[in-house]
Ligand binder design. Structure first.
Ligand code: SF4
Ligand code: SF4
Length: 336
């Protein structure tokens, strides 16, 4: 899936209008002033550590081993049909689906994401970031609440397309962002829940080997933009949101749409003024017409721009001039 996404990246206009001379002196000064204001506000951002997959499947006890693991650290674990706890971990669990989980599961089931969301997920708000996400549905009617994809004897009925959270188990995956730093750092931790007999197996592997075997390397790369947004929102949360302002309901709705339902987001891109507003090369537009993975990347870029004013997607020059003029008025109005 990454090839077309890279194509999209290549085609996105990368120039910075504040340094290529396309703005007049007054506009450039207003843009610089805006940047300065944003930089000052950014300095108030907090350090943040956020678990995306906490690896915990039951509420009993405190199963997390508080040891950070890097890719080179080893642990003993093996899961196979012969373990006495087979399928235990597929009941009553809390699984946040990543954008690529939704795409892959929809493709696997040969349905579109809108139908997948309706049939197999529940909407939720991620506590750490305050942003909307989709959670995998557990069957309501039975006491043990099996996952909707659990088939008793055979285990997971969507194994080849199982979510990243299921691939990671029993590892947790967390990411850290330090105040003022753009880059985030990932780390892992081992979760030992009493029911899981896999820890008693003798198979030893490094975290990197386990991740490669489970096929999560590519997932993490594809979901990176989404992870960055969740992380950044979490680090802003102590201030009430980006620059002290919570994302409004419409922005949250657009985030959910752009990160869960590629068909609805494609309609938004192609049937509104989106392409009149943003500078996207014609070749990229052709890719975005049919490539779902590329469209998700566009969604991440757009939301980074909307939420944090990151230069991940550029407005067309005429639109930018208008926006700067409005901002200049707002700044001078605010100062008076
Ligand atoms: S998707 Fe598969 S592996 Fe994950 S909880 Fe459901 S049945 Fe288990
Ligand atoms: S060994 Fe652990 S991961 Fe495997 S089925 Fe048992 S509880 Fe689930």
């Amino acid at each position: 899936m990454s090839g077309k996404s890279d194509d999209y990246k290549k085609f996105i206009a990368a120039k910075d209008p504040t340094i290529d001379g396309s703005l007049d002196q007054e506009d450039a000064e207003a843009a610089a002033l805006l940047g300065q204001v944003e930089e000052e506000k950014r300095a108030a951002e907090a350090d943040m550590e956020m678990s995306l997959f906490d690896g915990v499947r039951t509420s009993s006890g405190s199963p997390v081993q508080p040891v950070r693991l890097t890719g080179g650290n080893s642990f003993c674990f093996s899961c196979h049909k012969g373990v006495s706890c087979w399928n235990e971990c597929c009941h009553g669990t809390d699984i946040t689906l990543t954008p690529f989980d939704i795409l892959r599961l929809s493709n696997h089931l040969n349905i579109r994401p809108a139908e997948f969301l309706t049939r197999f997920t529940l909407p939720a708000t991620m506590d750490a970031s305050g942003l909307p996400v989709a959670k995998l549905r557990m069957a309501e009617e039975e006491g043990r609440r099996p996952c909707v994809f659990l088939h008793d004897e055979d285990g997971c009925s969507v194994y080849e397309a199982r979510p990243a959270s299921c691939r990671y188990y029993p590892l947790g995956f967390a990411t850290v962002k330090m105040k003022g730093h753009e880059a985030v750092e990932d780390f892992y931790f081992l979760v030992r829940e009493p029911h899981c007999q896999g820890h008693n197996e003798t198979k030893e592997q490094t975290v990197d080997q386990f991740r490669a075997e489970q096929g999560v390397d590519n997932d993490d790369m594809l979901n990176r933009g989404w992870l960055d947004i969740l992380m950044k929102m979490a680090s802003w949360k102590t201030l009430g949101g980006p620059w002290g302002k919570e994302a409004d309901a419409r922005t949250k709705k657009m985030f959910f749409l752009a990160t869960t339902d590629v068909d609805a987001f494609r309609r938004f891109v192609f049937e509104t003024k989106f392409l009149e507003t943003y500078a996207i090369e014609p070749e990229a537009i052709e890719v975005l017409r049919t490539d779902d993975a590329a469209l998700l990347q566009l969604g991440f870029d757009w939301m980074k721009n909307v939420l944090f004013n990151e230069p991940t997607i550029n407005m067309k020059e005429n639109v930018l001039h208008g926006a700067i003029a409005r901002a200049r008025n707002d700044i001078s109005g605010g100062a008076s």
